[in-house]
Design a protein around this ligand. Structure first.
Ligand code: ADP
Ligand code: MG
Length: 324
């Protein structure tokens, strides 16, 4: 069976010489729910832009459902639903008209087009807005309209570039439920996101991109298993100065007066409590910090950035050595 997406040695150098993608490989199975994560400027939008033919690649291959973009760009476009990061509507047009035009662009038969338009507008709670001009919609509604537009022609693969950016939590959750539903119905989904919690709760597989390179590509489950430590936050009472002086468990006082500390695999929380007891610091409550994937993500990016810094330092010292 062919993959939904297969990218090989994809490179992009923008005019001006900036190398945004340095030869990335990526494979997404059919039916997958896949997250592409990375800090700002990592190359996520460039990657999705190339897949959707909005950005021209410098070299490499992109295959969608086995079809080579270099050979059959139009066939690839028909397989794809694209939800870009930036709104790109004529905002004076009406919701329903925009969708009819999109269906026309794909040459859809009219009855099916109207049926899909109604189905997805209803599912994304936009049916009541169908006669409104796009400029009258809220940000979250515009975002959902982009999703409807991306789905009208029933693509095999839906790609969404930060679909929930700037969308409030309630709408975000209803978008998640919707995306899960269409994924279950067989649509392969690739999304980029800054909300790492999103990838953890929705996706099966994940790739992390940084500086135009894929630094991790694995299952969300494996990624979490790889983690060798967890961070906890404790609300405390007492003088923590002597406690902090021990520099154990990476203890750090936070702005709100709580104390964060890290426990590695194999360490026991008892050891932490012994330390607290010894310094007569009372623990009022304790909880795990934030989101595990988020912590891991920060670690991986820091590791990768350290590697880059080391490489740059090595190059600089070699150059200095050569000059001497
Ligand atoms: P992300 O979506 O991960 O935030 P992008 O793919 O948008 O990252 O950008 C990757 C890098 O390429 C960034 O450093 C960005 O400044 C640069 N870049 C993006 N678009 C252009 C462009 N049109 N011209 C020059 N550089 C660009
Ligand atoms: Mg982007």
């Amino acid at each position: 069976m062919t993959h939904a997406l297969e990218i090989k040695d994809l490179r992009k150098t923008y005019e001006g010489g900036f190398e945004a993608l340095k030869g990335i490989d990526l494979t997404v199975e059919r039916g997958d729910f896949f997250a592409l994560l990375g800090p700002n400027g990592a190359g996520k939008s460039t990657t999705l832009g190339i897949i959707s033919d909005l950005v021209r690649k410098s070299s490499g291959t992109v295959r969608v459902c086995g079809i080579d973009q270099n050979k059959e760009p139009e066939a690839v476009k028909r397989m794809l639903g694209v939800v870009p990061q930036e709104f790109n509507f004529n905002t004076f047009e009406r919701v329903h008209d925009i969708l009819v035009q999109q269906a026309g662009y794909y040459g859809m038969e009219k009855t099916l087009a109207l049926k899909n338009i109604e189905k997805y507008l209803r599912q994304l709670e936009l049916w009541d807005k169908r006669f409104d001009q796009v400029r009258m919609l809220s940000g979250g509604m515009k975002r959902r309209l982009m999703i409807v537009r991306g789905l009208i022609h029933e693509p095999e693969l839906l790609i969404l570039d930060e679909p929930t950016a700037g969308v409030d939590i309630e709408i975000r959750r209803s978008m998640w439920r919707f995306l899960e539903r269409i994924n279950k119905a067989g649509v392969t989904i690739i999304l980029t996101t800054h909300y790492l919690e999103e990838a953890e709760s929705l996706c099966r597989n994940i790739a992390i991109i940084n500086h135009g390179e894929i630094i991790t590509n694995t299952t969300v489950k494996d990624l979490l298993r790889q983690m060798d430590r967890s961070t906890f936050v404790a609300d405390i009472q007492g003088d923590v100065t002597p406690l902090l002086a021990e520099t154990a468990f990476d203890m750090q006082l936070r702005d709100d007066g709580s104390l964060a500390f890290q426990v590695r695999r194999g360490d026991s929380l008892n050891q932490v409590f012994e330390l607290f007891n010894r310094h007569r610091v009372e623990v009022i409550s304790i909880r795990p910090r934030t989101n595990r994937l988020e912590e891991l993500f920060v670690d991986l990016v820091q590791e990768d950035q350290q590697k880059h810094a080391d490489k740059a330092a090595a190059v600089a010292s070699a150059a200095a050595g050569g000059a001497a």
